[in-house]
Ligand binder design. Structure first.
Ligand code: SAH
Ligand code: AVI
Length: 324
C-alpha cells in the first residue's frame, strides 16, 4: 500500500461492480491507457462539473443557456411537448428552462431525467418535484452508452434532450449507437434536442479545459478517487497531473492524467498496474462539431436536422432532430 493509501484508509470494496472492474481492467491494459468518462460522476464529481459550468473559461454552459432562454418559450408550444426525456441530466439546471416553457404552455407534463450518477439524480428529482408541483418526475438511473429504455406509455409529443455537448464525450460509433436508440424510441411527432460544442479557435477551446482555478484538474483527478472508493484501488491523485489539449485531426479535446513518476497502483481484482513517468491515462474525449458532422451522425442514426441554431459567435449550437 502506498503511504497515501495507508493514510486515507482505502479498503477494497466487498462487492466491486463487475462491469466497472472489467472496463477498468480493459482500459488500463490498452497501449494507451483509458478510462470511461462516466466514472467522473460520483456525487463529488457531479458537484465539480457544476463548478466547471460557472468558470469564466467554460463558455458552453452559459452559451447554451442563453440559446435555450431565447428559444424554448416559442419552440415548446410549437412542438406541443408533453414529456421531456433527458439524457445525462445532471443537475437539470438548464432543463428548467424547457420545463418552465412546458408549464407556461399549459402542459402538466412528465419529466424523465436519465443519468448514471444515482445520488445526484435523485437529489435533482426531489428538488424538481418541489419546484414544479404537478410535474410527474420519473428519474431513471442508466448508462446511456449501453441501455436506453424510457418508461412506456409516456404522453406524446415527447422531446428527447441531450444537452451540454455531452454527445462529444462519445466516440463516433458509440454516439451513433446512442442516437439510434433515441431514434428507436421516438414516434413521428417526437423531436430530439441536442446541444453541440462547435469547432472554433483552438486557444478558446483549450482554455475551457485548462481553467486558471484548477477545477477541471480536480474534476479529472476525481476519477482516481472514484476508483479508490469503488474498487479499493490505491491511486495517489497527487501523483498524476492534469493535461488537456486539442487534437485537430479528430477535432477533439483529450483529457489525460499523466503519471508524475514511475509508480505501481494496486487494484483488487486486477492486480498491480505499472505507470511509467510521463505515461498517461486518457480520461475523456470531447469532440467538437459543425453542422456537417452532426448531420452525418444523425443520418447514420436515422435522424435528420430539422433546425440548426448556433449562437451569434458560433461557439455552441442547439439542434432539433426529427425521424427520417
Ligand atoms: N446535462 C447537464 C450535465 C452535463 S454533465 C448539462 O448540460 O450541464 C454530463 C452528465 O452526463 C453527468 O450528469 C453525468 O453523470 C452524465 N453521464 C455521463 N456519462 C453517462 C452515461 N454513460 N450514462 C448516463 N449518464 C451519463
Ligand atoms: C459533460 N461534458 C460535455 C463536458 C465537456 O466539456 O466535455 C465534461 C467536461 N470535461 C471537462 N470539462 C468539462
Amino acid at each position: 500500500m502506498t503511504k497515501w493509501a495507508a493514510r486515507s484508509g482505502v479498503r477494497p470494496q466487498r462487492h466491486p461492480n463487475p462491469r466497472m472492474l472489467a472496463e477498468v481492467a480493459a482500459g488500463l491494459s490498452a497501449p494507451q491507457k483509458e478510462l470511461p468518462p462516466k466514472y467522473f460522476y460520483d456525487h463529488r464529481g457531479s458537484e465539480l462539473f457544476e463548478e466547471i459550468t460557472r468558470l469564466p473559461e467554460y463558455y458552453p454552459t452559459r452559451t447554451e443557456r442563453t440559446l435555450l432562454l431565447s428559444w424554448m418559450p416559442s419552440l415548446i408550444p410549437q412542438l406541443g411537448t408533453r414529456t421531456l426525456v433527458e439524457l445525462g441530466a445532471g443537475s437539470a439546471e438548464k432543463s428548467r428552462i424547457i420545463l418552465s416553457a412546458m408549464r407556461a404552455a399549459g402542459a402538466s407534463g412528465v419529466y424523465v431525467p436519465i443519468d448514471v450518477s444515482a445520488s445526484f439524480l435523485n437529489e435533482t428529482a426531489t428538488r424538481l418535484r418541489r419546484e414544479y408541483p404537478g410535474l410527474v418526475v420519473q428519474p431513471l438511473v442508466a448508462d446511456i452508452a449501453d441501455s436506453f429504455d424510457p418508461p412506456r406509455g409516456l404522453p406524446h409529443p415527447a422531446l428527447y434532450a441531450f444537452l451540454g455537448g455531452t454527445i462529444g464525450n462519445f466516440y463516433p460509433p458509440a454516439a451513433i449507437r446512442l442516437l439510434s436508440r433515441v431514434r428507436a424510441a421516438m414516434e413521428p411527432s417526437d423531436r430530439f434536442l441536442m446541444g453541440v460544442d462547435l469547432r472554433k479557435d483552438v486557444r478558446r477551446v483549450e482554455a475551457a479545459y485548462n481553467d486558471s482555478q484548477g477545477v477541471t484538474a480536480a474534476f479529472n483527478r476525481n476519477m482516481l478517487l472514484v476508483l479508490n472508493h469503488e474498487l479499493g484501488a490505491n491511486f495517489d491523485p497527487a501523483a498524476f497531473q492534469h493535461r488537456a489539449f486539442y487534437e485537430p485531426v479528430t477535432h477533439r479535446i483529450e483529457m489525460h492524467l499523466v503519471s508524475a513518476a514511475d509508480q505501481e497502483v494496486r487494484i483488487p481484482g486486477i492486480g498491480l498496474v505499472f505507470f511509467a513517468a510521463g505515461e498517461s491515462i486518457r480520461t475523456e474525449i470531447s469532440c467538437k462539431h459543425d453542422r456537417a458532422s452532426v448531420a452525418e451522425l444523425f443520418a447514420a442514426a436515422g435522424l435528420r436536422i430539422e433546425i440548426w441554431r448556433p449562437d451569434p459567435e458560433c461557439l455552441f449550437a442547439l439542434v432539433v432532430g426529427a425521424v427520417i
